[in-house]
Design a protein around this ligand. Structure first.
Ligand code: ADP
Length: 238
């Protein structure tokens, strides 16, 4: 577990500024939602923290250690994507074990860790199933178990519930919170669903056009006089 600190982070694609001088402190063990419309830079920020590419400018520290030039495989970060990204030809157990195998964890230790992760996401009964034999919610639990099993310092979730229907989405919100509390892991959660951000997180940052336009606890974000955009985004402007 570790805090994450980004300072004056910028990243352009050609002449387009996807992230423009963004600074955020993500508290150790906290659940932080990055909220904003499509194209506002949420995924770009997550990818830079994970180590998919480097920033043009700025600093990233994980647990107080500068990582902006550290390659992805040395950052020890767990990621979950909307698309699940499971291996279709591997069963649930092997999908979760994969990250431990590539890290050379001995088979017996890996098996113990995988069983613990399966218990955490309540999928112990389904370990021999293939992804196509699972529901969307179950697949997302496998993806979560796979991210957590490597004992990451930080968990990055990119619209993890976006592919689920409304009822399942609400169930998974509760599940995800339970799991995050149980593991106590620093979590950064990208969503464009303000309700989800408000109910799940203890801190929210709102991005617009690559800039951080609002930041604070959910209750403060609602109470505070807002920038025009944030008000519009939160559905309170005409
Ligand atoms: P969000 O996650 O908020 O939807 P993104 O961070 O994915 O936003 O994207 C922000 C902007 O940066 C978008 O306009 C997107 O097209 C652009 N962008 C992101 N990644 C790339 C890339 N690899 N090459 C070119 N443009 C990109």
């Amino acid at each position: 577990m570790a805090s994450v600190e980004v300072r004056n982070l910028s990243r352009s694609f050609g002449t387009f500024k996807a992230l423009d001088d963004v600074s955020i402190s993500f508290e150790d063990g906290g659940f932080y939602a990055l909220l904003g419309p499509s194209g506002s830079g949420k995924t770009t920020l997550l990818r830079l923290i994970a180590g998919f590419g480097y920033p043009d400018q700025g600093h990233i520290a994980i647990g107080g250690e500068s990582v902006e030039r550290v390659p992805l495989e040395k950052r020890n970060i767990g990621m979950v994507f909307q698309s699940y990204a499971l291996f279709p030809n591997m069963n649930v157990f092997d999908n979760i074990a994969f990250g431990l195998d590539v890290r050379g964890v001995p088979r017996e230790d890996a098996a113990r860790e995988v069983r613990r992760a399966l218990e955490l996401v309540q999928l112990s009964e389904l370990e021999t199933r293939r992804p196509h034999q699972l529901s969307g919610g179950q697949r997302q639990r496998v993806a979560l178990a796979r991210a957590i099993v490597i004992n990451p310092r930080v968990l990055l979730l990119d619209e993890p519930l976006g592919a689920l229907d409304k009822a399942l989405r609400l169930d998974m919100q509760v599940e995800l919170k339970r799991i995050q509390r149980e593991v106590g892991i620093t979590t950064i959660f990208v969503t464009h669903d303000q309700e989800e951000a408000l109910t799940m997180s203890d801190r929210i940052g709102i991005l617009r056009a690559g800039q951080l336009v609002e930041e604070g606890a959910p209750e403060d974000i609602y109470r505070r006089p807002k920038t025009r955009f944030a008000a519009t985004f939160l559905g309170e402007a005409n």
